[in-house]
Ligand binder design. Structure first.
Ligand code: CP3
Length: 341
């Protein structure tokens, strides 16, 4: 069985499977070469030959235990008639939604607009080595909504938090639409050929407890439940960044097969506070991977030691950074795959 699937079924392994969030990306020269040929980032995502190629690039170079579909969480607003563009250096740009009417003006989710994504999946699945698992993904409703409201990246998602306090009913309508769209989108990804799905809630950590339960945890649980009910064989990974002290409760209530830990969470605490059968993923600091050398080795060893005996998927605590040297990724893989001393 593929090592990633085995971990997701709860099997502790001497050498944990490893993949990296954002493993297809700008730290790879072959990514930058292909990216420079695309008109825009979304054109890149919507051109199956290119998206399939960049999905496979990190597998060819590093033979990670999983490939993650090359796309973006913001294709969902794009398919709801809120066009998304990405400007180099400044991140995503959307027309902000600042009134309840803005929510009601959104078009219905056009799943067919995302057919290039499903074609990408079809191309990748036949090209993957037999031991490499294929992960699909979506953003969690809260994180996707936070970009839809603000129209751009912010340090704390204050625009969406203000909107949710000011117009809770309209915000709820937006979240409900994102729950439905995310379920439909994940089911189609699964039918096209992904074997695992991950839900990214990158901005869960900015919410106070009540708002966290309502806008982050609740909607994720609904998506997990629907995917599990309709495609019970497909493992789901929940990456609730900034879940912090909520983690133990989340592992009992979300219904996911594995939980991603972000950089700030102490793995020893997570191991102690969750059931021994809980599958955990993470959580090397992406900055340690930038620095390399002894600092990197020490962090890798601490993570391997903390998760020893537990079902674990080695990963970063957030996406890989553009300035990461390739040799450090090679060093990471060699050290993890050498096994625990
Ligand atoms: O992991 C992978 O390799 C698969 C592809 C993937 C991308 N984005 C490609 C991408 C995945 C899984 C994502 C998820 C994503 N996108 C998240 C959740 C995970 C996280 O990092 O918190 C979020 C919040 C987004 C939204 C987004 N997309 C932002 C804020 C940006 C700009 C910041 C940046 O890193 O440039 C993007 C652009 C983006 N998505 C790039 C890539 C490779 C860089 C754009 C480029 O190549 O020009």
């Amino acid at each position: 069985m593929k090592p990633l699937i085995s971990a997701l079924q709860g099997k502790a392994q001497q050498i944990p499977p490893i993949w990296l969030m954002r493993q297809a990306g700008r730290y790879l020269p072959e990514y930058r070469a292909l990216r420079s040929q695309a008109k825009s980032f979304l054109d890149f995502c919507y051109t199956p030959a290119m998206a399939a190629e960049v999905t496979l690039q990190p597998i060819r170079r590093f033979h990670f235990d999983a490939a993650i579909l090359f796309s973006d969480i913001l294709v969902i607003p794009d398919a709801m008639g809120q066009p998304v563009s990405f400007e180099t250096g400044s991140g995503p740009k959307l027309d902000p939604i600042d009134t309840p009417e803005g929510v009601d003006r959104l078009a219905s989710f056009d799943l067919e607009k995302l057919s290039p994504v499903f074609e990408t999946i079809d191309r990748v699945k036949t090209a993957l080595p037999a031991d490499v698992a294929f992960i699909g993904f979506c953003g969690a409703p809260w994180t996707v909504a936070s970009y839809m409201i603000a129209g751009h990246g912010t340090p704390d998602q204050a625009p969406a938090r203000l909107f949710a306090f000011r117009y809770p009913e309209a915000f709820e309508r937006l979240i409900e639409r994102l729950i439905d769209a995310s379920i439909a989108y994940l089911l189609r990804q699964i039918d096209a050929g992904v074997e695992v799905v991950q839900i990214f809630d990158s901005w869960a950590g900015v919410l106070p407890a009540n708002e966290f339960a309502r806008w982050s945890a609740g909607p994720i649980a609904r998506i997990v439940q629907a995917v599990k009910a309709q495609r019970p064989h497909v493992p789901v990974i929940a990456f609730v960044r900034g879940a912090d002290a909520h983690l133990p409760h989340l592992t009992q209530t979300l219904g996911a097969d594995a939980y991603g830990l972000d950089t700030a969470l102490d793995p020893a605490w997570a191991v102690a506070e969750t059931a021994p059968t809980t599958v955990l993923q993470g959580n090397l600091d992406p900055l340690a991977l930038v620095v390399g050398g002894a600092a990197l080795d020490r962090e890798i060893d601490a993570i391997l030691a903390a998760f020893a005996g537990r079902p674990h998927i080695f990963n970063l605590g957030h996406g890989i950074l553009q300035q990461t040297p390739i040799e450090h990724v090679e060093r990471l893989l060699a050290r993890v795959r050498a096994g625990r001393s």
